[in-house]
Design a protein around this ligand. Structure first.
Ligand code: PRX
Length: 660
């Protein structure tokens, strides 16, 4: 390990950050898709012209003449008089360009089964599925719910729905029957596409029974007319006569010829539900032309994609926005070859991801900091057993990446040569908004750095005024962007209230950020995670970062708990690294309090540090700090049903109580 000078997060302002930057190598820069820095100012001069140019890289059945219609803010329209077929842009276009033999998907099932689909094969499968869906009555404007494991049919289903001009609503396979039902009802879906089950952690994880349970709720009546079931795991399922159909029995009846029609650019492409501050999930609506333009452009630029030679792998599930934009639409529109893996990284052991990278020669790898930290916890000796030399670009998404994880990722996975793109965006933004460009940016571990060309991000105070360099504030977006959320499905008022009312005339993302002396952006977490201790603002992310920077700490979560004296106080929960007995759990509290105080300042010193074995995480890996806050404040623990492991909170709250 190199000697470190404290994390950048811990000394963000006025620090000579140059010592921690990683400029692109001359070789990388020379071959990069984007290596002319003038792209930024050219796009800033005329963002609409920039996006129109990027949109023209797609295949339009009717070219657009209008670019942005912002006559009724905040409801944007992009390329509104143009028409295109999103699926044909991901498929037929490539066949017409003669690359039908290129591998689109290297599928790897968790049990080790594999399947390769070329673009020609994928196109045939999608056309056949589109014919099947048409016979089930799916038409433009309809909604189809998809509740699937990570198998090729999930991608085929999404593209088949899109091909017909209908909208999909993918519901993550880890969601409960209740959540699935709420999403089906809100979107008024008439068809559910699912599988008998998928493989997770060496076991069959059943899905169809959950669909049955969901549809039986509320007296059984729902908008759903049919359930189409892919056979994946062979577990017992009950098929309801007249409603349920086996994919493999149906699909053989259909032709693999299907002419794709063009649909207006603002035709809905999908609804994706995401949690808001209230209990009811928000149906984020994305449309076709602008969305596809931005996901395609950012995927090509930010990952420096060379579709002819790269093997790309994004580990996200299609149940999340990352799976939509950077597994399905961006990569396929770019004609990329990609890996899709069904299971978990630790099955059968923690070498699985690295063995997949070695096997397929993955060159671009995109994952989340939480996964990187889990791998760090297991230790570098695992990835070191594999040949990862094919990797040339690494990506990170979902939360700020703490510098220690960044450095590990860079060193152990990227062989110290692959640039890391830390990509900030949201379900609502549809595509990456802030990220380095790997051929241009001198990387700073822990910073997402630069708004993408054509994207107008500001850091503002509560009145919407830009803050000076070196300061923190709210992250807002001033100008509409092509892949922006168009509305909350069925609730335009909530759309206006949630995103456009807090900072006048600007989209407010819910994140705090600061801008350093060079103008680089550092995300500080959701503003709801910002604490106020003795009148000082502290970021949970910043303290967590300091904690994991300690050599003994694998993972941490910090909450601001009510405190009589200071308003809020910092309470930390940490997991110690298993293979290194550097400090005992008993020594940890004093040692880590001191460590945080040294790293950030006495103000950030935690009131308490609890050593725990697990943190409460949702199935998508997000830490539920709200529950930790309940425990830290000695309250009844709130709703734990969305946790991957519901017993974790009981153990933690018992632990906290025993300390009192
Ligand atoms: O707080 C930001 C965080 O994740 C939020 C969006 O979550 P979601 O809609 O689930 O989408 C996740 C995948 C795009 C943001 O408001 N976030 C996402 N990426 C980053 C991040 N925070 C810091 N750095 C990132 N790179």
């Amino acid at each position: 390990m190199t000697e470190h000078h404290g994390t950048i997060e811990s000394h963000p302002l006025g620090q000579d950050e140059a010592q921690n930057t990683f400029p692109p190598s001359a070789e990388f820069r020379a071959q990069a898709n984007v290596n002319d820095p003038s792209v930024y100012w050219r796009a800033a001069e005329d963002p609409e012209a920039y996006w129109a140019k990027r949109a023209s890289e797609l295949r339009w059945t009717k070219p657009f003449t209008e670019i942005l219609d912002w006559s009724n803010p905040p409801f944007a329209k992009w390329f509104a008089d143009g028409e295109l077929n999103v699926a044909a842009n991901c498929l037929d276009r490539h066949i017409a360009e003669g690359i039908g033999d290129r591998v689109a998907i290297h599928f790897e099932g968790e049990p080790g089964d594999t399947r390769t689909l070329t673009y020609a094969e994928l196109t045939h499968e999608v056309k056949r599925a589109a014919n099947m869906l048409t016979s089930l009555g799916v038409e433009a404007g309809d909604r189809v719910a998809i509740y699937m494991p990570m198998i090729p049919e999930a991608v085929i289903s999404m593209l088949a729905v899109a091909r017909l001009g209908a909208a999909h609503s993918v519901v993550f396979g880890g969601f409960s029957a209740d959540s699935l039902r709420a999403r089906i009802d809100d979107a008024e879906a008439e068809l559910v596409i699912t599988a008998d089950g998928g493989y997770r952690k060496g076991r069959v994880s059943a899905l169809k029974p959950t669909v049955d349970d969901a549809l039986a709720l509320r007296g059984g009546g729902s908008t759903v007319k049919n359930v189409l079931v892919v056979q994946r795991t062979g577990n017992d399922v009950t098929m309801q006569e007249g409603r349920d159909l086996w994919w493999h029995e149906e699909v053989v009846a259909y032709d693999d010829q299907h002419e794709a029609k063009g649909f207006p650019a603002e035709n809905p492409l999908f609804i994706l539900y995401t949690s808001g501050t209230t209990g009811k999930p928000k149906g984020i609506l994305h449309t076709s032309g602008g969305y596809l333009t931005q996901v395609t452009a950012t995927h090509r630029d930010i990952f420096d994609l060379k579709p002819e030679t790269d093997v790309y792998w994004c580990t996200a599930d299609i149940g999340w926005i990352t799976g939509h934009s950077y597994v399905v639409y961006g990569p396929l529109a770019n004609g990329a070859t990609q890996v899709i893996y069904e299971g978990t990284p630790e099955t059968p052991d923690w070498g699985r991801w690295w063995s997949i990278i070695q096997k397929y020669g993955v060159t671009i790898f995109y994952t989340a900091p939480t996964a990187i930290r889990a791998c760090m916890k297991v230790g570098r000796q695992v990835p070191e057993q594999y040949d990862l030399s094919s990797i040339r670009v690494l990506g990170s998404v979902g939360e700020p990446i703490n510098p220690e994880a960044w450095r590990w990722y860079h060193e152990v996975i990227g062989g110290e040569k692959a640039p890391i793109v830390d990509t900030w965006w949201q379900t609502e933004t549809g595509a990456i908004m802030i990220s380095p460009l790997p051929g241009l940016t001198s990387l700073k571990p822990g910073s997402a750095q630069s708004p993408q060309p054509g994207i107008d991000v500001s850091i503002v105070d509560e009145k919407g005024r830009r803050v000076d360099r070196g300061q923190g504030g709210l992250l807002t977006i001033r100008r509409p962007w092509p892949s922006m959320v168009r509305t909350i499905w069925g609730d335009p008022d909530r759309f206006v209230d949630t995103y456009w009312s807090q900072v006048d005339g600007q989209y407010f993302a819910g994140d705090g950020a600061r801008v350093d002396e060079d103008g680089d952006i550092w995300l500080m977490g959701r503003v709801d995670d910002v604490m106020n201790v003795s009148g000082h603002r502290l970021s949970t992310t910043e303290i967590e970062s300091a904690l994991v920077d300690h050599v003994a700490v694998a993972e941490s979560a910090v909450v601001g708990a009510d405190d009589e004296t200071t308003g809020q106080a910092v309470v930390a929960f940490v997991i110690l690294k298993s293979q290194q007995q550097i400090i005992t759990a008993d020594e940890a509290e004093a040692e880590l309090k001191k460590h945080v105080a040294t790293q950030i300042g006495a103000i950030a010193r935690p009131r308490q540090v609890f050593v725990v074995n697990e943190l409460p995480k949702t199935r998508s890996g997000k830490i539920m700090r709200r529950l930790l806050k309940d425990a830290a404040e000695g309250r009844e623990i709130g709703d734990v049903t969305t946790l991957a492991d519901t017993s974790v909170m009981q153990i933690i709250s018992d632990r906290v109580r025993s300390e009192k």
